[in-house]
Design a protein around this ligand. Sequence first.
Ligand code: ATP
Length: 284
Amino acid sequence: MQIRISAKAKINLGLDVLNRRPDGYHNIRTVMQTVTLCDDLIFSESSEKGIRLFSDSQAVPLNESNLIWKAAQLMINEFSLTKGIFIRLEKNIPVAAGLAGGSTDAAATLSAVNRLFSLELDDRALAGLGARLGADVPFCIYGGTMLAEGIGELLTPLPPLQGCPVIIGKPKVSVSTRMAYESLDLSSLEHPDMAAILSSIQKEDPTLLPLHPGNVFAPGVIKMFPVIENIIGKMEELGSFCSQMSGSGPSVFGLFPDRRSAEQACSNLSVTFPDSEFHLAFLG
Ligand code: ATP
């Protein structure tokens, strides 16, 4: 049997950091939203024991440090699986970009192995396993639109925003999540208006999303990489009604009122920022 699964990227519609916890992690408050930009994975059983991971992508390790591998290994250990797992990854989500690429691959792996070996775990059980792999993995099991609190693992479902065109831009710079936290001055943060963000989502109208500030990491990360602000500005000039940095960056997203304006903006952005990559996708 073979299982094909798409693993969707996520963006953050508003991201706030509340405080630092005694364990060194930070409490956050954010709206997580899946988008149709996705990695494609194929899973099959193998009579040879262990995990084999293949990909054309050079961007991620294909060994035990890959979150796909870690997720498959977790399932093998937890359910004493005796057969091996063969996995092929087509990587489309930019790596280390604030789009939860690794987390969504891990979530897809948990779901696929569950089906491949007929383990009959529900999403709640899969999310519980996912939390052992990373704070964003439980959200990636469910997808949709959710308020995430705690370190990102406390999830409250929100009315799903679907279908709105979104351009995702990835400048050719790298920001580690650690670097983004280090650039935060917790005493003088510009907090996003989460109440307004939640209200626009309750009304299922993304055009009501407040423009600025959307992401508490943006000022510090933009100081290091001004191209992020240039892309946000250009997206707004091209008709985006809400453009922000996603996660700890450096990815930027822009929501557009219709597909045509998003397609035109995507071509324009690719010409204006030839070193960055741009993807047209949809919320959902
Ligand atoms: P988040 O938004 O959850 O902070 P991210 O989008 O910033 O995540 P990832 O794309 O998940 O970042 O990559 C973070 C690191 O994880 C990279 O250094 C990458 O090498 C490693 N990694 C391990 N497995 C994967 C995977 N399957 N896909 C992407 N990155 C992976």
